[in-house]
Ligand binder design. Structure first.
Ligand SMILES: [Zn+2]
Length: 455
């Protein structure tokens, strides 16, 4: 049993002072007591919050940071030109490198205040294509990285079978993603074996997108693991809308909602280009909109219709996606800033009289836990002890109380404020640094230098 004593904490029933939290050996919260006295053995922290889940990541892309900010020789740079660089990059990565990059990204996520992650894992094959002897070779690397860093994991093996909605063949870097439907199902089974015995590792499924998955495969997959999380990219790009309209006769979200029973186990990534009708209809399903605001800004995708979605009771969570900059508060800040710039108005996603930081943090806690299929998102008896402690004074934010703490951290703070992070009770960040930072970082440095030499 471990005990934590917080000066203030955000509990399920709101802000409380002098909170003592006990964590059982099973990684779950055993007891929560407000107005308590610290015991001698308690870890003492300033502000204790439930930790967020990162609901969308492709860890290997962390190592591309800085390589895609040059404009091409002609025309406009876009998601599609970025994707060409990404395909060339991923095609040189070895399994060891994929593991080292994943460990580094997972460590950074924890240092930013995430306690768990859904890895949308779509690198399955050898360089240039062709299966490994073990179809789970690279899934095992992701699991190993999560074990090394102690981050909670929802592993989402990705099905990727075609190069466009019209069924064109895969080529180039896409060959490392390629799968048949049978092959994908074997990969899911193999991933389940890899996660066996680890309490807070979940396996879901991820049909990549309507671009990459034939409609008949999607129908099979929706039935394949009916109780597990199912994640899919959707409506990120305008060209994708046009392509889906041309081939399927409907916009992607319109088509999905008409053809599938989209409900609480679905997490739809991006949802950038939706009509007002689609936004309202998606909100009503109870599915989570997986927003990756920093990546969406970096790629020039567009702006999510956040106020309409939240006003209709929509559920959302945040993801670091391309991992260009891994930040809990950066994602939340960018989400509201995108709305402000569009509307030329301030504090768009708050309710009247309310704090925007609190509304977004609460939404992302609930939506993140739901999307990962993880019993977390609140400091409450029985849930996994996924918690983050912050010290606002490290950012010069003295004297802020309750929801002002969240507003201060999100809009004026930094990663420096994070002092401690627990993932299912594992105390992985202490004093602002991951406990295995030195080894993970050294391995990453060696691996990255070698990759850059080969590019
Ligand atoms: Zn993605």
């Amino acid at each position: 049993m471990t005990a934590i004593f917080a000066q203030t904490a955000l509990l399920a029933d709101g802000w409380r002072k002098h909170v003592r939290v006990e964590i059982g050996d099973d990684g779950r919260i055993g007891k929560v007591e407000a107005d308590a006295a610290p015991s001698v053995e308690s870890e003492r922290v300033e502000v204790l919050l439930p930790a967020l889940s990162n609901l969308h990541s492709h860890t290997f892309q962390r190592a591309m940071a800085g390589l895609t900010e040059r404009r091409g020789p002609s025309g406009r740079d876009s998601f599609w030109t970025w994707r060409e660089v990404m395909y060339r990059f991923l095609d040189i990565l070895s399994p060891d490198e994929i593991e080292a990059i994943a460990a580094f990204a997972f460590m950074e996520m924890q240092e930013a205040g995430f306690s768990s992650v859904a890895e949308f894992h779509y690198l399955h094959n050898r360089q240039g294509g062709g299966a490994y002897d073990d179809p789970g070779e690279l899934a095992a690397r992701i699991c190993a990285a999560s074990e090394m860093t102690g981050i909670g994991l929802t592993l989402l093996p990705v099905h990727y079978a075609q190069g466009g909605v019209d069924g064109r063949l895969l080529k180039g870097g896409q060959l490392r993603f390629a799968n048949s439907l049978d092959g994908f199902m074997r990969l899911v089974e193999r991933s389940e074996t890899l996660s066996a015995g680890r309490d807070d590792v979940t396996v879901g499924i991820a049909p990549h997108s309507l671009r990459a998955v034939p409609v008949e495969d999607l129908a099979e997959l929706a039935r394949f693991r009916p109780d597990r999380p199912i994640h899919m990219h959707i409506a990120e790009q305008e060209a994708e809308i046009d392509e889906t309209l041309a081939v399927l006769g409907a916009r992607p979200m319109e088509w999905l909602l008409a053809n599938h029973e989209v409900g609480a186990r679905w997490c739809l990534i991006h949802c950038t280009h939706m009509t007002p009708g689609e936004t309202v209809a998606l909100a009503a399903t109870g599915a989570v909109a997986g927003l990756c605001s920093v990546t969406e800004a970096n790629l020039g995708d567009g702006i999510f219709d956040g106020d309409r979605f939240l006003d209709h009771g929509g559920r959302l969570g945040i993801g670091s996606d391309s991992n260009i900059s891994i930040s809990t508060i950066g994602e939340l800040r960018q989400l509201d800033y995108s709305q402000r710039l569009r509307d030329r108005a301030r504090v768009v996603l708050a309710q009247p009289g309310g704090s925007v930081g609190r509304r977004l943090y609460d939404a992302a806690l609930g939506g993140g836990a739901q999307a990962l299929g993880r019993s977390s998102g609140a400091i409450e008896v029985g849930r996994f002890a996924d918690m983050v402690a912050i010290d606002p004074t490290r950012d010069g934010l003295h004297g802020l109380k309750e929801d002002f703490v969240l507003d201060g951290w999100i809009f004026a703070g930094s990663r420096e404020a994070v002092t401690d992070v627990w993932s299912a009770g594992r105390h992985m960040v202490r004093g602002g640094r991951h406990i295995a930072r030195e080894a993970i970082s050294a391995r990453y440095g060696v691996c990255l230098s070698s990759i850059m030499d080969r590019l």
